[in-house]
Ligand binder design. Structure first.
Ligand code: HPA
Ligand code: ZN
Length: 329
């Protein structure tokens, strides 16, 4: 059976990382930018490991230069995501790639993305919300303008603040200023942790940045006391198994801790992260979870209920989306 048409909620995607390679190649050709070396012979993105992936990602982002580029990108991403049954999607957006952290420029880019989101809602029936992200390997000082952009534009479309990028750069506490700024503006928070940094990084992130969701978080698996704490505090993990397999954060699907974490009572959600980079889609993720752990439609419905409850959007949107997850009589 295919899980493609099952209505899904996806909380952890990076907008630029969802860009189909053909889309980026098209922009590169239009702007006469030579980034041919970031593509494989068969047209995918070429990278060796996580650090190289981040470099290739940033090279692809050099083609995205104007609000109009982001409007087109957002629409292309929504078309692909909606095709896989996603009815609600949260995506990380970075002021660093949208005007270099300048607030006025950021507002222009944001208007373009919101325009595309409205079109996606109307034509494709998919709801998109944005989470502003600081980029960890750009350093704590570069995250401050990103957090300011977040705090200044928190509202209907921008629903949260988070941090992505190189997880092993600095300690979580180095980024406290940005997270505090976003928290003081009333924003829900998430942070990548435990993709590479193990249980200690997850624990430190929870302690120092006080986030309600963790991007990945799979490193927690080695620490039973931490697992208990995460379950008890109802911290939600944005797990991206296909990404973890391709980037070798785990040895393979059979070794992925998602099922053990779920069975230990942790609130688990499933996302694609950067789908074309990792040759995945939400349909593929569900298919592999079905094959590897025997998860079926009821398990996926439960995941999606967890996900919409943990979404950063307003309650009216949650109620509307939750209705779409219920079986039609
Ligand atoms: N992980 C961390 N940072 C990122 C990613 C990712 O998968 N994609 C874009 N920035
Ligand atoms: Zn991610």
């Amino acid at each position: 059976m295919s899980f493609r048409t099952l209505p899904k909620v996806e909380l952890h995607t990076h907008l630029e990382g969802c860009a189909p390679p053909e889309f980026i190649k098209g922009l590169a050709a239009e702007k006469k930018i030579d980034i041919s070396k970031i593509f494989t012979a068969d047209g995918g993105y070429a990278f060796r490991d996580f650090d190289h992936f981040l470099k290739v990602y940033e090279a692809a982002c050099t083609t995205l230069q104007t609000p109009e580029d982001f409007r087109r990108l957002t629409l292309a991403v929504l078309e692909e995501t909606a095709f896989h049954g996603v009815v609600y999607m949260e995506t990380f957006v970075s002021p660093d790639f949208c005007g270099g952290g300048d607030l006025a420029a950021w507002k222009d880019y944001l208007a373009a993305m919101e325009d595309a989101a409205a079109e996606g809602q109307e034509k494709l029936g998919i709801t998109l919300k944005g989470i502003v992200t600081g980029i960890r390997h750009f350093g704590p000082d570069a995250c401050k303008p990103a957090a300011r952009c977040a705090a200044e534009t928190f509202g209907d479309f921008i629903v949260g603040y988070g941090m992505a990028g190189g997880e092993m750069v600095g300690r979580p506490g180095d980024y406290r200023y940005s997270f505090d700024m976003a928290r003081e503006a009333g924003m829900p928070l998430t942070c990548h942790a435990g993709e590479w940094g193990g249980a200690a990084m997850v624990a430190e992130t929870l302690r120092d940045l006080r986030v309600g969701r963790i991007g990945h978080g799979i490193g927690a698996i080695t620490d039973p006391a931490l697992i208990e704490e995460i379950a008890e505090k109802e911290i939600v993990l944005e797990v991206c198994p296909g990404s973890n397999v391709v980037l070798k954060a785990v040895k393979g699907w059979d070794n992925h801790p998602i099922a053990k974490l779920r069975d230990a009572g942790v609130k688990i959600t499933v996302s694609t992260d950067d789908p074309p980079f990792f040759h995945t889609t939400m349909t593929d993720e569900y298919e592999m979870l079905h094959r590897t752990f025997g998860w079926d439609e009821d398990d996926f419905k439960a995941l999606n209920k967890t996900a919409i409850a943990a979404a950063f959007c307003d309650d009216d949107t949650k109620t509307r989306i939750a209705k779409r997850l219920e079986p039609t009589p």
